[in-house]
Design a protein around this ligand. Structure first.
Ligand SMILES: Cc1ncc(COP(=O)(O)O)c(C=O)c1O
Length: 400
């Protein structure tokens, strides 16, 4: 059968792309016509050091020429080093003595957490509770953990053992935590759900409930982790210690890698053969992660993100057409005053600014954590101009 010549060779899981990018550097991208764009999305919070960071490029090129992959049947030297660094960052500078399983994505990091929780709970204690509005991935189990029922319907039946509670409601969680519950899985800021931050009182309440009922507190830091919120991890804003932490996105600055960290006694329930991955922890991806974590520590990216985030939020919050700016550090949701966020995001792309509409009424900004003040100010000015045009267009009496 000959396909129609204009048919895409890719499955239609995303709408047709509006732009084709061919090159990036720092906070900038270039399309196939040579046009430059200011990137305030970082490939969905992934390129946290900007595009083509020289230290990461060098590390990947050197490792690619040395050893890319041998499988987990054999030892390699980079993965354990990255695991130790992650453990130290989970402890905010002090090693915690936890252990890491490397994988290739955020969903896989959460799959590992869910399996770990089931193994930890044992038979009859296997339920993972998560929050409505949360997002944890698109594999069948992580899709069920994702608290967005509209995404579940076409894939029913989903794996059992998941329960959802209203976000930011400790009483609802208490009511849901019967003896079948082995873990609670939450984001510190619901990213895909609209950039909705938690607060310290909620996380303290969740920690207390988990302690009382013998359940694990598992924090999904796939989008928030590694400096983005102004701390190494989002949970560090809330002064709680989780039992399991998952990361991915920023860890490889675009090279696919995920990781599930767990407290030593929790990690210790896995025996050889309980969980596995072909690619996870391979030298190429972990060499990228080693370089990323080194640059992040050298540049103190949490402090940079906190500072730049304040500047960004202040600039955006003062704009006509913006009713609220929420989030932490450089993960920001910009609630618009009645404008369609998808239309505004499309207009901004035409203007040369990359953002996305995280809900129908809010833009998401997740720039490089090395973003400059000038770049922040430019982005604010471009958003101001786009909102002013949208207001003129939507003003009463103006013909569509
Ligand atoms: C909080 C969170 N968890 C998990 C995932 C899934 O990660 P991946 O797309 O790498 O599987 C995402 C992706 O956006 C996420 O934001």
């Amino acid at each position: 059968m000959t396909p129609a010549t204009d048919a895409s060779p890719l499955m239609a899981t995303y709408p047709p792309p509006p732009v084709t990018f061919v090159r990036g550097r720092g906070s900038y991208l270039w399309d196939d016509a040579g046009r430059r764009y200011l990137d305030m999305l970082s490939g969905l919070a992934v390129t946290s050091l900007g595009h083509a960071h020289p230290a990461v490029t060098e590390a990947v090129a050197t490792q690619a020429a040395t050893l890319v992959h041998v499988s987990n049947l054999f030892g390699t030297d980079v993965g354990p080093e990255v695991a130790r660094t992650l453990d130290r960052l989970v402890g905010d500078g002090e090693p915690v003595g936890g252990q890491v399983f490397f994988c290739n994505s955020g969903a896989e990091a959460n799959e590992c957490a869910i399996k770990l929780a089931r193994r930890f709970g044992g038979r009859g204690r296997h339920v993972v509770v998560s929050a409505y509005g949360g997002f944890h991935g698109r594999t069948l189990a992580t899709l069920h953990a994702t608290g967005q029922p509209d995404k579940h319907e076409v894939y029913q039946p989903l794996p059992e053992g998941f329960r959802h509670v209203p976000w930011h409601d400790v009483d609802a969680l208490a009511a849901a935590m019967d003896p079948s519950v082995t873990a609670v899985l939450l984001e510190p800021v619901q990213g895909e759900g609209g950039v909705n931050p938690a607060n310290a009182a909620y996380f303290a309440g969740v920690r207390r409930l988990c302690d009382e009922r013998g359940a694990l507190l598992m924090v999904d830091e796939v989008q928030t982790g590694l400096g983005r919120t102004g701390r190494w991890f989002g949970f560090q804003h809330f002064d709680v210690r989780p039992d399991v932490v998952t990361v991915a996105k920023a860890l490889g600055n675009g090279v696919p890698i995920g990781a599930c960290w767990a407290r030593a006694d929790v990690a210790g329930v896995f025996q050889p053969g309980d969980h596995a991955t072909t690619f996870g922890g391979q030298p190429l991806a972990t060499a990228a992660a080693r370089a990323v974590l080194q640059v992040m520590q050298d540049e103190d990216v949490p402090a940079r993100a906190a500072r730049a985030g304040e500047r960004f939020a202040a600039g955006l919050g003062a704009l006509p057409g913006v009713v609220d700016v929420r989030g932490l550090g450089l993960l920001l949701g910009v609630e618009l005053d009645g404008h369609d966020a998808r239309q505004v995001a499309a207009a901004l792309l035409d203007d040369g600014l990359v953002v996305n509409a995280v809900t129908a009424s809010a833009l998401r900004l997740a720039p490089s954590l090395l973003v400059s003040d000038d770049e922040v100010d430019r982005a604010v000015a471009m958003i101001a101009a786009a909102l002013a045009r949208a207001s003129d267009r939507d003003a009463p009496g103006v013909a569509p």
